[in-house]
Design a protein around this ligand. Structure first.
Ligand code: SF4
Length: 364
C-alpha cells in the first residue's frame, strides 16, 4: 500500500511528472486502485451564490470587478433558491454542492448568516456541503462547521513563487492561514490549483509540494485547466494540452494517494477519451452542471452518458466521512465576533493585471 508522505521534494515530483507516459500512468493507476474504487466518481455541483464584483485581482478570474469580461454580477442568492438548485443537483446525481461567493474574505453579518442557513438547508437534503468564500477566521470556520459544512475549498492555485505573478491583492500565507483555520474544525479541506496560467512544470511541482506537506493532505484537490476568458490578464494563454492534464492528474494521484482528485475547469476542452485517460490516471471526481461559476462546463446528461459508457458510477454522499451534524442558529455555541482581520495586501505590480485593468476602465 502506498504511504502518505508529507516530505516530497520538488525534484522527486518533477522526476515523476516527466516519466515516460506509460510508466507514469501505470504507477498512478496502481496507487489509485489501492486507495479508491476506480469505477466510482464523486460528482460535485458548483453553484455561484454571489457572482462578480470581486475586489481581488486574480489574473484568471472573470469575476474580478477591475477587468471587463461581461460577467453580470448578482447579489447573494436566497436560501430557498439555493435549496431548489441543490435538490436539482441531487436529482442529477451530485453528492456534493459547492457554494462559491466572489468575496475576498468572509465578513460577519447578515450575508454570512444567510450562507450559514444555506449550509443547514443543503445538509438537511443529505448532501455534502462545501463552500468557497475567500479567506476566513477560526471563528467563522467554527460557525460553518457547526452549521454542517463538510468541506471548505481554498485553492493554492500554483507554487508560492508563481502565485505572485497572478495575484497581488493577497499573499500565499493568507491562503495557508485560512486552511489552518479550517483545520481547527472537523471540516475537511479542498485545495488545488490551475495549470495553463503561464507557469512552468517546476511551479506545478511546487504547488504539489505545498499541498502534500499539508497534514492531513487535502480531502479533495481540484485540478483546473485555465479557461482563458477575454478581458482577463490571462486571456492570451494557450489551452493546456490533454497530455499535460493527464501528467498533472497522475502526478497528483501519486503524491496525494488518498485525496479525491477532481477534474474541474477546462473539461469542455477535453474529449471523452481524454477524460477517460484522466480517470485512469487517478481522477475520481468531477464538477457537474452546465457552468462552473461563470465558465462553461459539460451538460449533466453528457456526463451521465460518459459514466455509462465507461461503466462508472457516481459516489454516494458521506462515503468517506460521516454526515456532519447541523446545529440550528438559535442553539449555536459560537457568536458572530464582528472581526476585522488584517489579511495582507502585497499590491506589487503585475504588468498584465495592470494592463487588463486599464483596458477594463476604457471599455467601462
Ligand atoms: S478567484 Fe475569487 S477572489 Fe479571485 S477575483 Fe475571482 S472571485 Fe475574487
Amino acid at each position: 500500500m502506498s504511504e502518505v508522505r508529507h516530505n516530497w521534494t520538488k525534484e522527486e515530483i518533477l522526476e515523476i511528472y516527466n516519466r515516460p507516459m506509460m510508466d507514469l500512468l501505470y504507477e498512478a493507476a496502481t496507487i489509485h486502485r489501492e486507495q479508491h474504487d476506480p469505477n466510482v466518481v464523486q460528482v460535485s455541483t458548483l453553484l455561484s451564490v454571489k457572482t462578480g464584483g470581486c475586489s481581488e485581482d486574480c489574473g484568471y478570474c472573470p469575476q474580478a470587478a477591475r477587468y471587463h469580461t461581461g460577467v453580470e454580477g448578482n447579489d447573494l442568492m436566497t436560501v430557498n433558491q439555493v435549496k431548489a438548485q441543490a435538490l436539482r443537483a441531487k436529482e442529477g446525481g451530485s453528492s456534493r454542492v459547492c457554494m462559491g461567493a466572489a468575496w475576498r474574505n468572509v465578513k460577519d453579518g447578515p450575508e454570512f448568516d444567510q450562507v450559514l442557513e444555506m449550509v443547514r438547508g443543503i445538509n438537511k437534503l443529505d448532501m455534502e456541503v462545501c463552500c468557497t468564500l475567500g479567506m476566513l477566521t477560526e471563528n467563522q470556520a467554527q460557525r460553518l462547521a457547526e452549521a454542517g459544512l463538510y468541506a471548505y475549498n481554498h485553492n493554492l492555485d500554483s507554487s508560492e513563487e508563481y502565485y505572485k505573478e497572478v495575484i497581488s491583492t493577497r499573499g500565499y500565507q493568507d491562503r495557508l492561514d485560512t486552511i489552518d483555520n479550517v483545520r481547527k474544525t472537523n471540516v475537511t479541506v479542498c485545495s488545488g490549483g490551475i495549470i495553463g496560467m503561464g507557469e512552468n512544470v517546476v511551479d506545478r511541482a511546487g504547488m504539489l509540494v505545498a499541498l502534500s506537506t499539508l497534514n492531513p493532505q487535502p480531502e479533495s484537490t481540484p485540478i483546473n485547466a485555465l479557461v482563458a476568458v477575454e478581458g482577463t490578464p490571462l486571456e492570451e494563454e494557450k489551452p493546456v494540452s490533454i497530455w499535460e492534464m493527464v501528467r498533472m492528474v497522475a502526478t497528483t494521484r501519486i503524491v496525494l494517494p488518498e485525496t479525491q482528485v477532481r477534474l474541474s475547469a477546462g473539461r469542455t476542452q477535453m474529449s471523452r477519451e481524454g477524460q477517460a485517460m484522466c480517470f485512469f490516471a487517478g481522477a475520481n471526481s468531477i464538477f457537474a452542471g452546465d457552468k462552473l461559476l461563470t465558465t462553461p462546463n459539460p451538460d449533466v446528461n453528457e456526463d451521465m452518458k460518459m459514466f455509462e459508457l465507461l461503466g462508472m458510477n457516481p459516489q454516494k454522499p458521506f462515503t468517506k466521512k460521516v454526515q456532519p451534524q447541523s446545529v440550528e442558529a438559535n442553539d449555536s455555541k459560537f457568536e458572530s465576533l464582528g472581526e476585522k482581520p488584517k489579511w495582507t495586501r502585497p499590491e506589487h505590480k503585475i504588468d498584465r493585471n495592470e494592463a487588463a485593468k486599464a483596458k477594463g476602465k476604457l471599455v467601462k
